[in-house]
Design a protein around this ligand. Sequence first.
Ligand SMILES: [Zn+2]
Length: 305
Amino acid sequence: MDKQNTPPVCDYEGSDYQSSFWDKGGREYEDRTEAIALKRLLPKSGHLLLELGAGAGRNAPRYPGFDRIVLLDYSRTQLEQAQRRLGKSDKYIYVAADAYRLPFANGLFDAATMIRTLHHMSDAPKALKQARNVLGSGGTFILEFANKLNLKAILRYMLRRQKWSPFTLEPVEFVKLNFDFHPKAVRNWLGELDFTVERTLTLSHFRVGLLKRIVPTGILVFLDSLFQWTGALWQLSPSVFVKAMLTGREGQLPPVPTNFVEFFKCPNCGHSPLKDKKDYLECPGCKKKWGVKDGIYDFREAMKN
Ligand SMILES: [Zn+2]
């Protein structure tokens, strides 16, 4: 598993994404509609949840029923922000890693979420397969994706203001490393990975600058919460949430290890468990060392001895 073989990563290292996009960027409407969707889709309780692309931990407080939450992001500085927001405790585990090379034992998690993250994946099926591998039998996967088949894109295409067709199944990269997907393509990928889609919600029906300026946010959020259910029938909004269950696997979930170092596998050679050497984890298989600093496990690059 050489790094060269994995697709490029959209890296938020050093980014003020949380503050510029969410806190000051007029995204209160989107944020609140996502909170509603998560409440509708998440299991009420569980042991261990993995958030893929957790960023600065905006969604982590929305998983209250879970004993432990692993926040994974490629950017260490995003995780540092998450750590400041959520604190250092056994409840939250911070992991810097490439979503294409997850450093976790197979079948470990009973739930995983991936919100506004597939959006940056040039090889979406590969990233989804990684999520599938770390979920246990009967595990729940909550996936958000940006929808290329949205009303605005359809209108623009019909008015010939946009070259790409919203109706075809291939992803569209509208800005470098920003992809929108066709709902049917996502359903096909999930189906090929033995996921069963249980529920689909559509979000951000009113993501229109003018509406957001003149209509109170609370009203737009309320209307969107009603419209979310239409996702079961059609998906024409810019953001879609699906709840998919992993089927076709035998056996029970393994017990959650009390020492979470046992969670990990080597992203280079796949060996598990790793040896805990305090400042780093050592792989008995390939001898690579993975850094541990200030409560953040770093699996992006092995340490240079
Ligand atoms: Zn190894």
